[in-house]
Design a binder for this molecule. Sequence first.
Ligand code: ZN
Length: 135
Amino acid sequence: MISFDIQCANGHLFEGYFKDYDAFDKQLNAGLVECPLCNSREIKRLFTGCSIQTNNSFSDKKQPAFFEMIRMVESYIKQHFENVGNEFPEVARAIYYGIEEERNIYGTASHEDMEELLDEGIPILPVPKIDDVEQ
Ligand SMILES: [Zn+2]
């Protein structure tokens, strides 16, 4: 489908949808295109632009909602992981070395802390601080 901006002799603006440009041209020449407001058939196409309509319009496809994904991860973590807050580096280390019971935890750690933990081979995953994320 193709759409054209059309104006009638009375100055009404409307959009016409046609199979293609030829279909528009034929209907126009045959006097089949009329203004939906006043039924005037004295119409002209405005060359302000045209748009192509396809069945798989991009606007129909929901873009991956990045921030929604982050929030889902956050809510998953909050439900299934224990919040150890600032103790994160110590607790992560304690769990890794078998001092504390094995469990999933989350908390805050400085960049340095995280690097140390990773250097020691402790599996941690940095996640964005959600509260700072703006949409
Ligand atoms: Zn009109």
